[in-house]
Structures are given as C-alpha cells and as structure tokens.
Design a protein around this ligand. Structure first.
Ligand SMILES: [Zn+2]
Length: 315
C-alpha cells in the first residue's frame, strides 16, 4: 500500500457532520475529475474506497445513479483503477444543475455557492484530493499535488488554497496536458493533510521528517564508511526520537536508573556503537546488555505515546 492510497483510505473514514460539507466534498470529487460536462461526467481514480464513497454520497444527495467500472493498468500489474461515471444524459444535466453549473460553460470554474460556510472548505478539498490528488511517500520527499485537467480550475484551486489560512504557497505547473497544483514543504504538506482530515498521515509525515533529520545528524557524526552505516544511523535515530518522546511525555525521572543513564548517554552520543555505549556506562555492561536496555526504552516510549493519545481523546 502506498502512502497516497493509505491517506485516501483515511480520508474516506472522515465523517461529514453537516449536509453542506457532504455536498462540498462530492462537488470537489466530481468537479476535479477527468470530465464534468453535459457530454461526460467521469472520475478515474486508483482508490476504490474514494470511488465508492463519492458514488454513494452523490446518490444520497441528488438521487443520481453512477456507474463504477474497474480495470488494471497493465495485464498482471498490481495497480488497478476505477472509473465513476454518470452515464445518462438527463442524469448528467441533473448533476450539473444540482451544483449550479450549466451545459454551456466555456471554462470550468469553482462555484463558491457550493461552499456556503467555512466548514465546507476542508470537505471540498478532501473531495478534490480523493479525485485527482496524490502525496509522495515522506521518506522520499514532501509533496502533495492535485492533477487538474483544466487550466482555469487549476488557478481557482491555487487561489482557494492560498485563502484557507494555512499560509500555503501552492505552485502550478503543466505536465502532459494537465495542470498540477502542488504544495511541497513538509510542514505545509502536513498542515494540509490534517486540514483535509488525514491527521494520521500528517503525523506520519512529520515523524518521518524528524527521523530523517536525526538520522542525517547521526550520519554526519559517524566518521567511518560502512555498509551498515545507514542501518546504524537509522537505529540510533529511532532511539533518539524515543528518548525525546519519553522526555516530552512521562519525563526521564520515570525511568529506572540504569535506563535513564543509558538514555542520557545515547542522547549525548548518537554516533556510539552498542559496544562503546556499554563501555561508557558505570559499571560497564556488555553489548547485548545495552541492546536489551535500548529495547526497553523503545517499548516505554511507545507506551508513553499511547498514554498521551488516550488522554487527548478524552473530551
Ligand atoms: Zn459545511
């Protein structure tokens, strides 16, 4: 499963508390599809949950029936697509009318009447993202984009993103006949994901960024070349994040003394090997002893995180 498809799955679990928001989301989904006109209304997506959700919500709101057609990108490929379309002419006219559009529009634009309140903007963007959006795996780079088939619509989306109070500076570029509206800074991408309702994906992105930063730091301190260097740096970075997490949640004083000592030593020396850590402790312990204690620190960090989340969930 890719980060983008996981994000879409998460967005598909977002409830739309208000009918206005439900309408705004469905509008975003169909408006940003391949075609939204009297001749054709269709959206092709790799996300089956997104296609089902949009199809169901449109039926609930306007009574219009959509058809879902699925296929594979290549024979035997693991990537599949599904198209949601409104096939009957009268049905398409009804959908256009429902969203305040007419069959005679020269350029497709966002009709703000479908976003009557502030609450509708996150829902609208969620719909647009489910329809034509993607987000790059945060281990690679930080980039969220909407591939929009129509130029004016892309400009409207850019303007709308600038106005939602997240201080986004979205760019627009053209790529093989589509207009790509993109946001590409870790914090901005994280904010936008959370805004649309994917707080899990947002958190994952920010954690990946922290891990990458700590890891780069460790790598700078490690002054030897080795095939294991990346693995060592990765492990040290995870330990450091865990230690930081304990410090921020339950506090170091909650750790038993031997663990507290090791946590402090690791934090001060991310470049130390397990053997070096063991030798620097008073009294010295073995490599496997260090390994065992670090494992316990990671477990405690995970538990402290869970406690924090449970606390936050309470009203
Ligand atoms: Zn609303």
């Amino acid at each position: 499963m890719s980060f983008a498809s996981d994000t879409k799955k998460e967005l598909c679990r977002c409830p739309n508390a208000q009918p206005c928001c439900q309408k705004a989301e469905v509008y975003g989904f169909f408006l940003f599809g391949k075609m939204f006109s009297a001749r054709e209304i269709s959206v092709t997506t790799e996300s089956i949950p997104a296609a089902r959700r949009a199809s169901r919500q449109l039926a609930e709101l306007s009574g219009s029936i959509t058809e879902l057609t699925a296929g594979m990108y290549r024979q035997g490929a693991d990537r599949s697509w599904v198209t949601v379309s409104v096939n009957a002419w009268e049905e398409r006219l009804r959908v256009l009318e429902f969203f305040g559009h007419t069959p005679q529009e020269a350029h497709l634009r966002i009709r703000k009447e479908n976003l009557p309140q502030d609450c509708c903007y996150p829902a609208f963007l969620r719909g647009a993202f489910l329809s034509c959006g993607t987000v790059v795996r945060p281990e690679k780079e930080y980039r969220l984009e909407f591939a929009v088939p129509h130029q004016h619509l892309a400009r409207d989306l850019q303007e709308l993103l600038q106005g939602i109070g997240l201080e986004l500076e979205p760019g627009v570029s053209s790529r093989r006949g589509t207009f790509v509206v993109y946001v590409n800074e870790a914090e901005k991408v994280g904010d936008l994901l959370a805004y649309m309702g994917a707080s899990g994906a947002s958190l994952e992105l920010i954690q990946a960024k922290m891990l990458k930063e700590v890891r780069n730091n460790v790598n700078r301190k490690l002054n030897f070349e080795s095939a294991n260097q990346d693995k060592t740096a990765d492990a040290a970075a995870r330990q450091m994040l865990a230690i930081r997490r304990i410090g921020e949640t339950v506090g170091f004083s909650s750790l038993p003394e031997p663990l507290r000592q090791l946590a402090q030593l690791r934090y001060e020396h991310p470049e130390y090997s397990l053997r070096e850590l063991g030798q620097s402790l008073e009294p010295p312990i073995s490599r496997s002893g260090v390994n065992h204690r670090l494992k316990r620190i990671l477990e405690l960090a995970e538990k402290s995180g869970q406690t924090e989340e449970t606390l936050q969930e309470e009203p």
